[in-house]
Design a protein around this ligand. Structure first.
Ligand code: FES
Length: 138
């Protein structure tokens, strides 16, 4: 039987300590990309040197869409994708309350040394919301 590259990747990530939901988010990468008419674009560099750029589409104080561009690890990608699912359709203020623990719960598990990658995903999103608010009258 032939093993596809995503099966091989899945096995590697499982062995490294990623739970299935985290692996699905990483392999699907469903919120990776950019929004051409974004209302806000913000960028953050993590302590590891990896970079995340977040694109926000906002209407009536509600997050319509979010995309990330990421130069970073599997943990960073899965965390950012889960964060988008948590905040899409939410009011800006509610999205500010989303935290690392919420993302971790969705992912179920990622290696402990990757927990700072969740922080980077959440901080980048919060930075985007804060910058959107300050350039749109708070
Ligand atoms: Fe840099 Fe994961 S190691 S974001």
């Amino acid at each position: 039987m032939q093993i596809s590259s995503s099966d091989a990747e899945r096995k590697m990530l499982t062995d490294a300590g990623y739970a299935d939901p985290a692996i699905d988010y990483y392999l699907e990468k469903k919120h990776i990309g950019h929004i051409s008419n974004a209302d806000q674009i913000s960028e953050k560099v993590g302590s590891c040197g990896d970079i995340m750029k977040v694109y926000l589409k906002v209407e009536n104080d509600t997050i319509q869409d979010v995309k990330y561009e990421i130069t970073g690890c599997a943990g960073a990608i899965s965390a950012a994708m889960a964060a988008v699912d948590l905040v899409k359709g939410k009011k800006l203020n509610d999205a500010m309350n989303m935290n690392d623990g919420d993302v971790f719960k969705v992912l179920q598990n990622i290696p402990e040394k990757k927990h700072h990658c969740i922080q980077l995903a959440v901080k980048t999103l919060h930075k985007g919301i804060e910058e959107y608010k300050s350039s749109n009258g708070g």
